[in-house]
Ligand binder design. Structure first.
Ligand SMILES: [Zn+2]
Length: 386
């Protein structure tokens, strides 16, 4: 179970080099194959010379052993007797082709509903809008669509909050990894102040639980189930070896997705030759500096169902994406062809209707107890209660 991957970080403005990767981890799994993880952020140039429209994160497995078609070093019998041609299965290499595996994160995203995501995003959006008003970026009289654009553009909405949560997760995971590999304890001054509670929680957990590292942040895969992922920590606690999945959550919630993730990674560990562990546990670090743990609640049956569901859903998702892209292309072509297209010949273009102004029925009576805060800010006359 020793770490056997090499990590390379691209240097010297790699974003313009076609196919450049930000991270590349490769691990040779004896008896299985070579597992590669690669990532590149949106905006970097892909192999085809185009800028990536979204973050690229993908796992690939190149199985060990001969071509599954049983060809003769890349050649298979041709149409006419006595002739050979390039093997279609392996493309003439005589070895299995590199194939992409679905990532545990993607798989989970497909099947577990994000409970609480909508109210969370709504709350962040409202907070962002209020902050934008305070900063004078928007006015209550602005069009709603403009307000949304301004709030997002100023980095005050839910997207920004989600990115911040992701940064926090990465920071805490890096902290855990560093401690497990070097014994260097987490130091609050090394982290942004908004991560302080989580880092304190991690330090407390390390102190109380005293995990002895067995292996850290390894890439693993289950080739038969067709997925891959990276686990956080395998460690010995009280004489037993366990797989730990670390999470950060503002208010300390643990969700079903974490259990499924743990179970998927645990099975992949076994399939990757890393052996069995005695237990799986989700460990949660919260903003107030507290931590808690939960034993793995997802069983093998759930893993089977999840993998099966993801593989059945995958082609449907891909088909929809393909058709939607095609539809958008056709729509763009219609727009480019001019305003007349798509309308019946001989019919005059429709005139835009004048936008009706909102009618104020009656002047509103002043509020009985106007808020001094509002009045002081000079935001206009105080509004009447509805
Ligand atoms: Zn072949």
């Amino acid at each position: 179970m020793s770490p056997s991957f090499h990590e390379t970080v691209a240097e010297l403005d790699p974003s313009v080099q076609p196919g450049a990767l930000q991270h590349h981890i490769t691990r040779d799994l004896p008896g299985v194959g070579v597992l590669d993880f690669e990532s590149a952020p949106a905006g970097w140039v892909a192999k085809n010379g185009e800028r990536r429209s979204r973050d690229h994160r993908a796992y690939y497995l190149t199985a060990h052993g001969p071509c599954p078609a049983g060809c003769d070093e890349g050649r298979e019998p041709g149409a006419r007797p006595g002739t050979t041609r390039k093997c279609k299965t392996c493309g003439g290499t005589g070895q299995p082709k590199r194939r992409q595996l679905i990532s545990v994160t993607t798989l989970i995203g497909q099947i577990t509903p994000k409970a609480g995501l909508m109210p969370w995003a709504e709350a962040r959006g409202i907070e962002g809008a209020v902050e934008a008003v305070r900063r004078g970026l928007i006015d209550p009289a602005d069009e709603a669509a403009d307000v949304v654009r301004v709030v997002r553009g100023a980095g005050l909405g839910a997207d920004r909050a989600r990115d911040q949560a992701a940064d926090r997760g990465l920071d805490v995971h890096a902290c855990l990894e560093r401690y497990m590999l070097t014994g260097e304890p987490p130091r609050l001054q090394d982290h942004p102040v908004e991560h302080a509670g989580y880092v304190r929680a991690l330090a407390l957990w390390l102190d109380v639980v005293q995990p002895e590292p067995v292996s850290v942040e390894e890439v693993v895969c289950d080739p038969d189930a067709g997925y891959a992922g990276r686990y956080d920590l395998v460690a010995k606690v009280d004489g037993q070896v366990g797989l730990f999945d670390a999470k950060t959550s503002e208010r300390g919630g643990i969700y079903d997705a974490a259990h499924l993730q743990l179970a998927l990674r645990r099975r992949a560990m076994v399939a990757s030759g890393d052996g069995m562990v005695d237990f799986g546990r989700v460990v949660l670090f919260a903003a107030d500096g507290s931590w808690r743990m939960m034993d793995q609640a997802a069983d093998d049956g759930l893993v089977d169902a999840a993998v099966d569901f993801a593989h059945r859903l995958g082609p449907v998702t891909a088909l929809c994406e393909r058709e939607n892209r095609q539809a958008r292309r056709e729509q763009a072509e219609r727009l480019a062809a001019g305003p007349a297209s798509g309308r019946l010949p001989g019919r005059p273009p429709r005139q835009p209707r004048p936008v009706a102004r909102h009618r104020r029925a009656r002047p509103r009576p002043p509020r009985r107890h106007p808020s001094p805060r509002l009045a002081l800010r000079g935001d206009g006359p105080p509004r009447a209660p509805r």
